[in-house]
Design a protein around this ligand. Sequence first.
Ligand SMILES: Nc1ncnc2c1ncn2[C@@H]1O[C@H](COP(=O)(O)OP(=O)(O)OP(=O)(O)O)[C@@H](O)[C@H]1O
Ligand SMILES: [Mg+2]
Length: 266
Amino acid sequence: MSFSIAVASGKGGVGKTSVAINVALSFAKMGYRTCLLDTDFGVANAHILLGIDPKQNISDMLQNQASLLDLCTPAPFGLRFISGGSGMVDVLNLDNSSRFQIVRSTEMLAQSTDILIVDVPAGASDATLNFVGAADRPLIILVGEPTSFMDAYSLIKAAFLEADIKHFYLAVNMANSEAQAHDHFSRFRDITSRFLDVQLTYVGHIPYSNALRQSVIERKPIMTRPDPSRETIAFQKISKSLLSGPLNRTNGIRYLGAPSTQETVS
Ligand SMILES: Nc1ncnc2c1ncn2[C@@H]1O[C@H](COP(=O)(O)OP(=O)(O)OP(=O)(O)O)[C@@H](O)[C@H]1O
Ligand SMILES: [Mg+2]
């Protein structure tokens, strides 16, 4: 059975897209049929980090000129990528029904996809909440700064209150050490559990890394490097942690279509 992961953060620039593409590549490398959807419409940039050049994007689907399947662009390890379009004003502020149409259209991926990863825009706008709320496993990226804590908390609170999401997965990015990442997570969980009845699961950390920064500049994702490194090991660990754990199965519209009762992919 298939499931979806939405990568979100509240605060911008904390590494959502870097995590989304490298976790997606890690799943693809493990043999899972993986698809990555960029919902940062109009200013989408995951394709740049992936080093590919999609010919079509979500705008073509919304104008009825292509189906979602037509938009799938091949990426390394058999990953399929769907672009949100960049430098485009017509998809910058999509209305509710267009967002609904995009989430619903992912049903046609269900037969051919084990894992759908969605790169979600920063903030806690209606668009962000729609794209987080439709996911089985929301992955929140945290960095050790008060602004990141505040914005991640606001996003989780809004997703809990407005989309009834109770389970969140957290990864700490740009950490100096595993111990520091754990410390950030524990502090964040303490704050959150004081006010919200949600469950947070820690899935790992990504070290602060000049190599990761360089991979963005070179447009060669770090997961495509043949030799193992602390970065690739970190992304593999996060991917494996995301294969199990509770799924949010709310009654609202969901990626990949009808909810299933199973809890893990095999
Ligand atoms: N672990 C890391 N170590 C060092 N730099 C990192 C790390 N993760 C991400 N970065 C850098 O941080 C910057 C922002 O990363 P990225 O674009 O992935 O963030 P984002 O959350 O998707 O941003 P936005 O909110 O604009 O979509 C990039 O320059 C990237 O190279
Ligand atoms: Mg991004």
